[in-house]
Design a protein around this ligand. Structure first.
Ligand code: ADP
Ligand code: MG
Length: 578
């Protein structure tokens, strides 16, 4: 790969000899040396050759239609593999498009490295007006875990090492690495270049909790009358599946999975209190948070949603997270795998969930499960199709595909799908996450399919799908086993809003007659339209059996759903809009 003579020797995976190398080759060599096997990106000036050289070197390059989707895909890769996902964008606006997703990854604590080319420093810094002029590093600083710039080719290896180390160690997050065009094109001695690269040793070192802190937590849990464990997506990310399962099963503790922690233990596990969430929060007296933050998704730990006298134990790699919302009576700083090891080791037999509490939760769960199953059967034949009828059909077909990944976004679509679609395997659900955003759909789906080769079903609201819909072309170009299911109710939230002020469609209106299935047909994928749960079952089963790109347009009742789904209360009150 590096342009050299036949007298080459290999140093740090790069060819040397008496030849020369350049910034492009050094970036690729440094990534390979650190086991990067895939780059998600969108080419243009000044990074097109970088993508070509990466591809020629054996790195897989996945090219997108919008930078946000590329960075979302890299973020999904980071979450699923515990290695930083790497993505590549052009300068200026391309960089900014990617930055939205980098900020989202940082908020979700997913490790990602966004590499962007940038314009001439001496022109940018004096604001003389350059092609895609932007001080990208300064812009990224505010939205990423860290931002670095490489100003000399000889620092490329250092820059990549630093970016990888920062992305995965401690609390994972997004790192921005700026590489000016001039540095990519800089030619240096190949041997010197090769020697400047290094492989990061133990990128995310274990962090063991102090024995005293472990005992404090165990004492608290052992004395609880109504204990509860909350599993968050940090617990899923940590890949401590065995320890978490052992701890939960051996202690009998009731657990509540946050949406992306679903599947760490199967959703139908008898100790799961997903269906008794309100009771569990309202009454638990000792709560152990494992890789879950007490943010808005958990009502900030406040009454009346929570027992005002609850005591919190929190397991997290980031000590500054403790006390962000409630006093943490037993902070346990460390990586979840090490902390769970310590808890299992030191707690032997001391923690047992009291039976009356478990029985109450089970009874409450059973009631809610029965109510849900009634609701699902009632909507099975409803016409036009309702969310529940459609989701029940998807759930039933998916049972034959336990290894399939679920991606989900939307308002009502997200809320209903979370409750209806059971997860049985860890890290198989990716959704709107901590910010509750729309637009992650196709990026996450592509990232999951590329990293795992497993089938992916993306359950999308029609509005949410629109943010990344053009990636259907990417899905078809790479022939990925992704089935996109669009819940088409003709609107943001719902499709029956009327604009009483003018002839324009209302702000929440989308085209009810839209045939999303025809979009994928334009790229050679298979399109289906389903107006009943039976048609949806047939279409999904067919698409999954083919294992090829498909989109199912589900015609949902435009009056179904509520504004903002479960988050109606977050809309500020107004004096009316008629
Ligand atoms: P959820 O939204 O599912 O509740 P959050 O994203 O709020 O989850 O919380 C994830 C938490 O997990 C973050 O506070 C993060 O610092 C923590 N975390 C991530 N990886 C690890 C790890 N390997 N060990 C310990 N904590 C981790
Ligand atoms: Mg909709």
């Amino acid at each position: 790969m590096t342009a050299t003579h036949s007298t080459d020797t290999i140093v740090n995976g790069a060819r040397t000899g008496h030849g020369l190398t350049d910034g492009h080759h050094l970036v690729v060599d440094a990534l390979k040396l650190n086991d990067v096997h895939t780059i998600y990106g969108l080419v243009g000036i000044p990074i097109t050759d970088l993508a070509r050289i990466a591809q020629a070197s054996g790195i897989r390059y996945i090219g997108f239609r919008h930078e946000s989707d590329a960075v979302h895909a890299a973020a999904a890769a980071g979450f699923l593999t515990k290695q930083p996902g790497v993505c590549l964008t052009v300068s200026g606006p391309g960089f900014l498009n990617g930055l939205v997703a980098l900020a989202n990854a940082t908020t979700n604590c997913f490790p990602v490295v966004q590499i962007s080319g940038s314009s001439e420093r001496h022109i940018v810094d004096l604001k003389r007006g350059d092609y895609e002029e932007l001080d990208q590093m300064t812009a990224a600083e505010r939205f990423a875990k860290a931002a670095y710039r490489v100003d000399r080719a000889e620092d490329i290896g250092r820059g990549i090492a630093r970016a990888i180390r920062t992305a995965v160690s401690g609390r994972p997050g997004g790192v921005y690495l700026d590489i000016p065009a001039a540095v990519l094109g800089e030619v240096i001695d190949a041997h010197k270049g090769a020697k400047s690269l290094w492989r990061v040793v133990d990128p995310a070192p274990r962090q063991l909790p102090a024995p005293k802190a472990v005992n404090r937590a165990i004492t608290l849990l052992a004395g609880a009358r109504r204990p509860l464990v909350v599993l968050g997506k940090g617990a899923a990310y940590a890949q401590a599946d065995n320890q978490i399962q052992t701890f939960i099963k051996s202690t009998g503790l009731p657990f509540l999975p946050m949406s992306m922690a679903k599947g760490l233990l199967p959703d139908d596990h008898p100790q799961s209190v997903a269906a008794a969430r309100s009771l569990a929060l309202r009454e638990a007296d000792v709560v152990m948070l494992v890789g879950a933050r007490l943010n808005w998704l958990l009502g900030h730990g406040e009454a009346p949603q929570w027992n005002p006298n609850a005591k919190f134990i929190q397991v997290d790699i980031e000590a500054a997270e403790f006390d962000s919302n409630q006093p943490i009576a037993a902070p346990l700083v460390g990586d979840i795998s090490s902390v769970m090891d310590a808890l299992i080791e030191q707690s032997r037999g001391r923690i047992m969930a009291p039976t009356p509490w478990r029985d109450r939760l089970s009874a409450y769960s059973a009631q809610n499960v029965a109510r849900m199953s009634q609701r699902l059967s009632r909507s099975a034949d409803a016409h036009p199709m309702q969310f529940y009828g459609a989701l029940r059909a998807i759930r039933d077909v998916m049972r034959a595909y336990p290894q399939a990944y679920i991606v989900s976004e939307g308002a009502n679509t997200l809320d209903f799908a979370r409750n209806v679609i059971d997860m049985r395997v860890p890290r198989h659900r990716l959704d709107s996450g901590t910010w509750g955003i729309m637009g992650i759909g196709m990026g996450y789906a592509i990232g999951a399919a590329v990293e795992t080769d497993a089938p992916v079903v993306a359950i999308e609201g029609d509005s949410a799908f629109g943010f990344s819909g053009m990636e259907l072309e990417t899905i078809c170009r790479y022939q990925l086993p992704i089935v996109v299911v669009v819940f088409n109710n003709g609107g943001v939230y719902k499709g029956d809003d009327v604009n009483s002020a003018s002839a324009d469609p209302s702000p929440t209106t989308l085209m009810l007659s839209a045939r999303h299935d025809r979009l994928i047909e334009a790229f050679g994928g298979t399109g289906y339209q389903a107006a009943t749960p039976a048609e949806l079952s047939t279409a999904l089963a067919d698409a999954l059996a083919k294992g090829a790109p498909a989109l199912i347009d589900c015609v949902i009742d435009p009056t179904a759903g509520t504004e903002s789904g479960h988050l109606t209360n977050l809309n500020p009150k107004s004096l009316g809009h008629a």
